[in-house]
Design a protein around this ligand. Structure first.
Ligand code: TRP
Length: 354
């Protein structure tokens, strides 16, 4: 090697190299179905981990409003959920300058791609989707027609989701366990297309299942879930937050009795909001006896309120400026659409529909 021909350092910092690094970042994409108010299970289980990923990946996060339409048929309710969930992610720290943040419904290329993907999706593949199978099973157990209450949106749900993913050349799709099968179906569909056209027309994404995130217990000790009615809303006003925490179910141990921290959902929730020192201190209070459940709940309320107050304030500010929120989402769609259009154009060309 000729040591004298080292490039001046300035070149490395130049525009081209920076651009090169920028485009080398992998793409993470995920959809958020706006079917209800965000709760702290969503926050610790999905929102926080997804926001952490944005440091390493080029992230594309969107509100899957047409997925929600399959179940939410009341327009006022759906429109409120869309706005609340979008505002919630922003309040939690999503930076719309860094992340392409948009509504699925604002990217109509999604639906053109869905039509193309349909032609490569075996009906049998859809028959095997967990969500559809569960709905059929429930009907059968009740003695109803197997397809009772099942619309085509639910049946073809994985195709729309595959379109969301494949449209953006996603490298990784971070999801909860329940959605892993859907991402695998997107892989299958992409492979079928690439096989047919003998080219890598679509990027086959990896699924990244959130394994080591906290399982957040609800107020009754079961996993926090809207369907159990045991959630702590992320943006509950202070008074309501206190009320919900004070209603957490406990056992009948008296004040003086020593208590086991790990088996208490108050303690499990406290873990999410406290510093290691605070956690240690509360564990000691549990073990040494002399602490009633009311006191543990008060400690939890204080810690939760401390972390959630700034989030709640930002949420309220964003919700108070609907035009500002619309602008953010519209800008996101503006960034998303050219990428989406390129994918659709590539596919149409491959298919002979150009
Ligand atoms: N189906 C996902 C859920 O219910 C939401 C979703 C829609 C999604 N499209 C997606 C997730 C694409 C990841 C990628 O949570």
């Amino acid at each position: 090697m000729d040591g004298t021909r080292v490039k001046p350092a300035g070149l490395y910092k130049g525009g081209f190299f920076r651009y090169f690094i920028f485009t080398m970042k992998k793409i993470a994409l995920t959809g958020i179905k706006p079917t209800g108010m965000l709760h702290i299970g969503n926050y610790f289980g999905a929102i926080k981990p997804a926001l952490e990923l944005t440091r390493e990946y080029d992230a594309r996060y969107f509100i899957a409003d047409y997925h929600a339409l399959n179940t939410v048929k009341n327009p006022a309710e759906l429109s409120a959920h869309i706005r609340q969930v979008a505002a919630g992610w922003l309040a939690a720290g999503l930076d719309p300058e860094k992340v392409i943040f948009y509504r699925q419904s604002s990217v109509p290329e999604t639906f053109e791609l869905t039509t193309i993907l349909m032609a490569f999706t075996a009906k049998g593949l859809m028959n095997r989707a967990h969500a559809y199978k569960a709905a059929v099973q429930e009907n059968t157990e009740k003695g109803d027609d197997p397809d009772a209450g099942i619309n085509m949106g639910l049946f073809t749900y994985p195709v729309l989701m595959a379109a969301d993913i494949l449209l953006f050349d996603s490298d990784v799709v971070p999801v909860g366990k329940d959605q892993a099968q859907h991402v695998e179906m997107a892989q299958d569909i992409a492979r079928a297309i690439n096989f047919n056209y003998k080219a890598e027309v679509l990027r086959v994404p990896e699924v990244s299942v959130r394994e080591n995130v906290a399982v957040v217990p609800g107020s009754d000790g079961r996993k926090m879930s809207k369907s159990y009615g045991n959630v702590i809303p992320l943006f509950a006003p202070e008074k309501e937050l206190r009320k919900i925490i004070m209603r957490i179910v406990t056992n009948s141990q008296g004040v003086e009795e020593p208590k086991d921290p790990e088996s208490s959902q108050i303690y499990q929730l406290y873990k999410l909001f406290s510093t290691p020192e605070e956690l240690e201190a509360l564990a000691n209070r549990y073990r040494s006896g002399g602490m009633g459940w009311g006191e543990a709940k008060e400690a939890l309320f204080q810690a939760a309120n401390r972390e959630l107050t700034p989030l709640r304030q930002r949420f309220e500010e964003i919700m108070a400026d609907p035009a500002g929120l619309d602008t953010i989402l519209a800008r996101g769609a503006e960034k998303a659409r050219p990428i989406a259009a390129r994918t659709v154009a590539r596919l149409r060309k491959a298919a002979g529909i150009d």
